[in-house]
Each structure stands twice: as C-alpha cells, then as structure tokens.
Design a protein around this ligand. Structure first.
Ligand code: APR
Length: 247
C-alpha cells in the first residue's frame, strides 16, 4: 500500500478511536539533531554498549567513568529544539484527539513543543538527586560540578553522591511508567513514533492495545501486529496524517 493510503488508514483509525495514546522514542528527535541509539551508522550504541555506559553498575562501581562518558551523552541531548513532529503532537493533543504522550526520550522536547500530558518513562535531564539524602538538584548544577572536575559530583547538603534523574539500565521503572501503563490499558489505539521497541518494559505497551499504528524508519518487533506501518520520517508522516484528520 502506498504512503498516501497508509496515511488515510491511520487518520481513519485515529478519528474512530475512543482513546488514543502516543509512544515516542529517540527517532522522533533525530530531526532535532539528536542522534538516536540504534539507527545503523549513526546510532549512539554503534560503538559503545549502553548497558555499560548508562547503567547503575557503572554509576555505583566506577562513578568517575560514568560522569566522564555516560553523563556527557545525557548532557548532549539537552540543547535541541522541538521539530515539526513534536509540534504536531502538541496541536493534536490540544484538539483532544490524543490523550497524551508516553516518551522514552529525556530531551524534554515534547514539553518544549507544548505537550501537556507527557509521561517520561525513562526519566528526564531536568533534575538530579542525592543518593544519600534524596536532595533534588538541577541538572545544571550537576553539569557545573562535572565541568569543575568534581567527580563524582557531591551533595552540598550531606556530601552524598549526586545522580541524574534519568532511568539507567539497572534502575527500577519510575512511577510515570505505572501511570503510562494505566493510560494504555484504557486506550484502544496506540501510535508508536520513532522507537525500535527493543527495550523492556516499555516495549510491552504496544502488545496491550487493540489497534496499533507504527511510524518508524526501520522494522520493529511489533510490525506484524500493527494495523498500519508507516516507513516515513516522523514529521512527514504526522503532517500528512494531521492534514487528513483536519480536512
Ligand atoms: N522518523 C521515524 N523514525 C525514525 C527517525 C525519523 N526521523 N529517525 C530514526 N528513526 C527510527 C529508527 O529507525 C529506530 O528504529 O527510530 C528508532 C529509534 O530507535 P532507538 O534508537 O532504539 O531508540 P529508542 O527506541 O527510543 O530506544 C529505547 O533504549 O538506550 C535506551 O533508554 C534508551 O530510551 C532509550 C531506549
């Protein structure tokens, strides 16, 4: 089926759905200049193992290495701007056509684009916390301390080690995931945008809905289950689908 018909089918599913949630991954932010993790050739994990670099094992056992390598990757995701795909999702939410966005991304771009209901199931790069006393700090403070070679960065209040509030491999899932799970269980349609759907437990979500739309540049393990699979760039696909819904 050519893209035009796929866009039409997607628009029809969205218009006839009782409740639609969106699940996004790093692929929605590549058009903002942030590399994703697994795209062949450009993905961040091409030449490093994520479970080694952004894991609690490295954070707790070799914190200096964590702050020299993994933390820099987190920092690099913060200065981007939303792209058209983020803005369209925010507009579609304002029109009441989607109930919210569940994102694996930590780049804050959905909020910057005006999305209101955003479940950050892999945490965020706005804040950090002290492992000893739980004190909340800004991500900027972490960056300042790391820039001054205070490795690992220490809590000004109790001297405990500070960590970013990003979900690392080895971390338990945040409360946002429980809330996202509940939303999906109450939805009849999930639109996946820019995720390879290989990381659990977020990749359980597409298995929980009756209707599934996948907008992704490459194959995912859920393509067989999806009602519509669109192999286009996120912004191009969303622009076309949104125009069809509005017309
Ligand atoms: N439009 C559509 N799809 C795109 C685009 C684009 N412009 N750019 C990339 N993609 C697709 C890629 O083909 C890839 O399949 O987006 C997908 C991104 O997949 P990953 O890089 O695996 O990112 P993601 O699914 O978000 O990773 C999940 O893995 O490393 C952990 O915690 C990290 O949250 C991350 C999780």
């Amino acid at each position: 089926m050519d893209s035009k018909n796929l866009f039409k089918k997607a628009a029809e599913l969205i218009k006839s759905s009782q409740k639609t949630m969106v699940l996004t991954g790093a692929g929605i932010s590549t058009e903002s200049g942030i590399p994703d993790f697994r795209s062949p050739g450009t993905g961040l994990w091409e030449n490093m193992d994520p479970t080694e670099v952004l894991s609690t094992k490295v954070l707790f056992n070799s914190p200096e290495e964590f702050y020299r390598v993994g933390f820099k990757i987190l920092s690099s995701m913060r200065n981007a701007e939303p792209n058209e795909a983020h803005y369209i999702l925010s507009e579609i939410e304002k029109e009441g056509i989607i109930a919210g966005v569940i994102t694996q991304n930590i780049d804050n771009l959905h909020q910057k684009a005006g999305s209101k209901k955003v479940y950050e199931v892999h945490g965020n790069t706005r804040e950090g916390s002290c492992l000893r006393c739980g004190e909340k700090v800004s991500f900027e403070l972490l960056e300042e301390k790391v820039a001054k070679e205070e490795l690992p960065p220490r809590c000004d209040r109790c001297g405990g080690m500070l960590r970013p509030d990003v979900v690392l491999f080895g971390d338990p899932m945040p409360h946002a995931f429980d809330l996202a799970l509940k939303e999906v269980q109450e939805s009849d349609l999930l639109i996946v945008i820019g995720s390879s759907l290989v990381v659990a437990p977020v990749n359980f979500l597409p298995g929980m809905v009756d209707r599934l739309i996948i907008i992704n540049a490459t194959e995912t393990p859920y393509d067989y289950k999806a009602d519509v699979v669109i192999r286009e760039k996120a912004s191009y696909a969303l622009r076309n689908i949104w125009n069809l819904i509005k017309s």
